[in-house]
Each structure stands twice: as C-alpha cells, then as structure tokens.
Design a binder for this molecule. Structure first.
Ligand code: AHR
Length: 493
C-alpha cells in the first residue's frame, strides 16, 4: 500500500521541457543509417533525413537535441562538415571503432534535422583537440548576420540567414576523452574558450561547461568556484548499469533474472543522490539557482547486442529500460529547480535508444513510449508530492517500490506519473489530491508479463502503451492499482 499527498494548489516551479531532451552522436549507427541516409537513398527521406524517424521524433516533442558528441565532439573539426559533399574530407572516427566518417552529416544537416523535428539545437564544441579560434568561428558561421569570412562562407554554402543557436557546450568529458584534464586545468581552459563563444546580434548563447563524471564532487566544486560567472549550465554524466561501481559488469540488455532487474533499478535511483549532492555544491556558489544542472548524458549502458560491433554500443531495450526512464524523469521533475536539461544517450541505435533501425525497418522501443507518456510534464508546473510507500526487497537489499512525480499543465490538468518497480507484486496507491476540484481520471499504462519484454523487427508492438482503467477518483481521493513492473501516467481533469 502506498500513500501519496499531492498539493494541487501549490506550484513548485516549472518543469523545463528540456528535461525531455536527446543526444545523438557520430557513433555506430546513430547518425548514419539511424538519422541520415542521404538524399539518394531508397529509404524515404527529406533532404537525406529518414521520414519515419522525423515523424516518430516529432511525436514525442523532443525539445532539444545535443550533437555531435560525446567523445566525438572533442575530435570533430566542424569545417570538414560544410560545403559540397564531394569536397568534404573523410576522417577516421577514432573513438568509435575507427570507422570512416565522410562528414556528410554536418552543421547544415544538423540544423535541418532540428528544424524538421522541432527541436532546439544544442552543439557541443571541441575544446579537447580544437582551437579557440575554431570554436569562435563555428559560432560566427552559425549565428552572425552580416559580412564576415564565416558568415560569407555560410552563404556560399547555401544558407543566407543565420540560424539561432541557444545551447553550446564548451567541451565534453574533459576529465576523460575530452583531454584527460584535471578540474583545475579545465576550469581555466573553460574560461578561455567560453570568452570567445560570443553573442552575435541578439543571439544569446546559454553556455554549458563540461561537468563531472558521476560522483566527482571535487570537479563540481572547482568549476563552480573558478568559472561559475562564465557559465549558464554545468553538466553531469551518469550511466545506469547492472553494477554501478564496476564498468566491466554492464550486464545483458535482454537476458536477465530478477537480480539484474533489481540492481539496474537500484542503480537508476542513484541519480537522486547524485543530483542532490552536486546541487548542494552548486547552491553554495549559486543560491539563486541561476546555473542549470544539465544531465546531458544519462541512460542504460549494457553489453552490446551479440554479434554486433562492440564499438557501436548497439543494445536492445526492454520493459526494464522503460522503468529506468520513468525513474529518471520523476527524479528530474522533482528537482526541476536545478535540473534544467537532460539528454538521453542516445536517440537511435546507440545505448538506451528510443528508436532502432534495420535497413528500411524502424521500431519504437519501450523507452520511446515512456517519452511519449511523460511529454505531458513538459513546461508544466511541478506539484509538491509526499509519499509513503512500501519497499521492494531483494536478496537482503531494498528500494522504494514506487517512483512518482506530479505536475499541473496550463489548462489545469494534473498529471501523475507512477512506476511500480516490483516485478511480481502490484501496488495499491491511495492519493490525497489536496484542494482538488476536478472530477475525471484517465490513464495510460506500459507493462508486460515478462521483465525482459521488448520490441523486435518481427514483433514491433509487443510493448506499447494501453489505456489504464485501474484508477478511481472521488473528490480529493484518488485510488489506483498498479500492476507489477508498470509505468502509469494518470490525467486528472
Ligand atoms: O554516449 C557514449 C559516450 O559516453 C559519449 O561519447 C561520452 O561522452 C560518454 O562517455
């Protein structure tokens, strides 16, 4: 039995829609094949971008898309990716399998993709192996409206008007693949590079500093102390695995028993502690919460699908991933005073994807459906929620059985998202909606009889949302019976 109290009249602040953001890197089959097939492909496309993917991504209202990496970003030289295709140099994607990168998907193609799916572009610049000048010129190329070497070159390449660019990352994982720097050194480098990330005309850039890996609180401390005056956001990366303390034990994406179900959900819940502890440090230097915590890489990281290139990070996606997504969104929503953006790693064919492709075939994963169900929280107001729920115990350890968050949208509808983490026991939820004057409740559920249920190209609809009729509303009291291993979103109106 779980008891919830939701204060329907007390708004706690806006849930930034960017919490439902994405990340697409030049890695494996994410960009090439997953998004970009080229204009001459037999796969139906718009200017080289797959139509089926455009439609699917538009439907979940992706607010913001981070590109071109990841580790790739700190090896990427943007000038290689503009101009006529036949003149673009080919390079080696050293980080991700040493495969050939023909640079056909570059700046113009990225902005076209964002335009087609209605997402705000978020570019991650190259601090690790690029120069200050190169970074400055990229911003000039994209945003300068006037006569200058870079703006003129953009026009020659077919784009007269500048684009709007709001989000720019000054490097990625600069403690690792982005230059193996110490926090103290990166803080100075960040200050130098960020100085030249200029606002041309009225294009105001929101600058995001490369942040900590997982629980590196020293990194956050140093960055906030030394460079907070020059940043708008500070990032954080954390991946969910079977064993959060050992990278060599990632586990299988599809073949698992209850032990791995439990440990993956437990490791997803760790995001709560990470956000609280990094935010606590940020609060010390930025009590007004001007600077956003930008969780620009999160998601599950399992062993690759057997028989696929280990450097391509291609994994299947099950109901367990859906629960991981639901847990993360509830955590991000509940911390929306500090978490201003989050980006799932990664959109297509890499890690915890929302879409998988095989040639002309495409399928939507359970994680896709959670994005779809939770999109009602985008830009809604968070409502205070208190919860007293039972524990899910396994092998001497326990985690809360329920994960939840609630918001009210600008038409007055309340949305409550609930995850029942227990794989075999249903959960009876009683919720006091204090101050409620709405009379109807309806809902959507994502569940299956198997923990590892997933969609395949032969059976793409095994896991998909269905209407949920297990909730009853009587004035201020809402009761619901959540089936085991389920994600439910209720709408009270
Ligand atoms: O998402 C895959 C990789 O994980 C990214 O390139 C990198 O930033 C992180 O280590």
């Amino acid at each position: 039995m779980a008891r919830l109290i939701i204060e329907t009249e007390k708004k706690k602040g806006k849930i930034n829609k960017n919490i439902y953001g994405h990340f697409a890197e030049h890695l494996g089959r994410c960009i090439y094949e997953g998004i970009w097939v080229g204009k001459d492909s037999p796969i139906p496309n718009t200017d080289g971008i797959r139509n089926d993917v455009i439609e699917a991504l538009k439907n979940i209202k992706i607010p913001v898309l981070r590109w071109p990496g990841g580790c790739f970003a700190d090896t990427y030289h943007w000038k290689d990716g503009v101009g006529p295709y036949e003149e673009r140099p080919t390079m080696i994607n050293t980080h991700w399998g040493g495969v050939v990168e023909n640079n056909h998907f570059g700046t113009h193609e990225f902005f076209r993709l964002c335009e087609l799916i209605g997402a705000e572009p978020y570019i991650c610049g190259n601090l690790g192996s690029g120069t200050v000048q190169e970074m400055q010129e990229w911003i000039e190329y994209i945003t300068f409206d006037g006569t200058s070497p870079m703006a003129d070159w953009r026009k020659e390449n077919g784009r007269e008007e500048p684009w709007r660019l709001k989000y720019f990352g000054v490097g990625n994982e600069n403690w690792g693949c982005g230059g193996s720097m110490r926090a103290e050194y990166y803080a100075d480098e960040y200050r130098r590079y960020a100085t030249y990330v200029r606002n041309y005309g009225d294009n105001k850039i929101y600058k995001i500093a490369g942040g900590a890996s997982v629980d590196d609180y020293h990194w956050t401390e140093v960055m906030m102390r030394e460079a907070s005056h020059l940043m708008d956001g500070l990032s954080l990366h954390y991946y969910t695995r079977v064993c959060k303390d050992d990278w060599s034990i990632k586990g299988s994406a599809t073949e698992f028993a209850e032990g791995e179900w439990f440990s993956v959900l437990q490791s997803a819940l760790y995001m709560e502690e990470l956000i609280e502890r990094h935010s606590h440090i940020m609060d010390k230097y930025d009590p007004e919460k001007r600077i956003g915590l930008i969780v620009d890489e999160w998601g599950t990281w399992f062993d690759v699908e057997p028989g696929t290139n280990p450097a391509f990070l291609y994994q299947q996606n099950t109901l367990r991933d859906a629960l991981v997504a639901g847990i993360h969104f509830n955590i991000f929503n509940n911390h929306c005073d500090r978490v201003q953006m989050a980006n799932l790693a990664q959109t297509i064919n890499v890690l915890q994807s929302v879409i998988l492709t095989e040639g002309e075939k495409m399928l939507l994963t359970p994680t896709y459906h959670v994005f779809d169900m939770y999109k009602v929280h985008q830009d809604a107001d968070l409502l205070p929620l208190m919860m007293d729920c039972g524990e899910y115990e396994f092998d001497g350890q326990s985690i809360p059985q329920i994960s939840a968050s609630a918001s009210v949208d600008n038409e007055g509808r309340i949305h409550i998202s609930l995850c029942n983490l227990h794989p075999t026991e249903s959960a009876e939820v009683t919720c006091l909606l204090r101050g409620n004057n709405r009379s109807k409740v309806k809902g959507t559920i994502l569940t299956d009889s198997e923990m590892n249920a997933h969609n395949t190209f032969d059976n793409p609809s095994q896991v998909k949302p269905k209407p949920f009729d297990g909730a009853v509303l009587e004035k201020e009291e809402l009761r619901a019976l959540l089936p085991p291993k389920s994600v439910v979103v209720l709408s009270v109106e």
